[in-house]
Design a protein around this ligand. Sequence first.
Ligand SMILES: O=C1C[C@@](O)(C(=O)O)C[C@@H](O)[C@@H]1O
Length: 159
Amino acid sequence: MASVRSVYVLHGPNLNLLGTRRPEVYGTTTLADLEARCAARAAEHGLEAICRQSNHEGELVDWIHEVGAAARDGRSVGAVVNAGAYTHTSIALHDAVEGSECPVVEVHLSNVHAREPFRHHSFLSPVARGVVVGFGVTGYPLAIDGLVALAGGGPGGPP
Ligand SMILES: O=C1C[C@@](O)(C(=O)O)C[C@@H](O)[C@@H]1O
């Protein structure tokens, strides 16, 4: 039997604290609950969600490379990535997405553009296929839907 295609859901630093970290900004949903919601939406598309979180930049780089290779082989539609604060600092993550041609939809729970100026710049956005910000946990199923549409091509697909 052919193996199920995947969608990766990658979380960066401090997102393991979801549910208790600044709930007025990030909400009260825990990372485990969010990952369960992602798995449910992925299953609606016939995909397996592979959910990971790391506080370490290099580990995130390695995972982006892994997703890029899986996407090239048709084993994955790509990754939904909330890189947390590395979004605003990491040239390494930018280069990983670009270099591995990893299809990424960047997600932020909060509307980073309405927050401190240091959150307005993203190193990921220029190499992401799409960006979803400010919808809280609702942004993740939207991002998964978007990745599936992009992978499928046609209307709503890649130009
Ligand atoms: O850790 C985070 C979470 C975040 O990525 C968000 O989901 O809104 C926004 C980032 O600026 C912040 O560092």
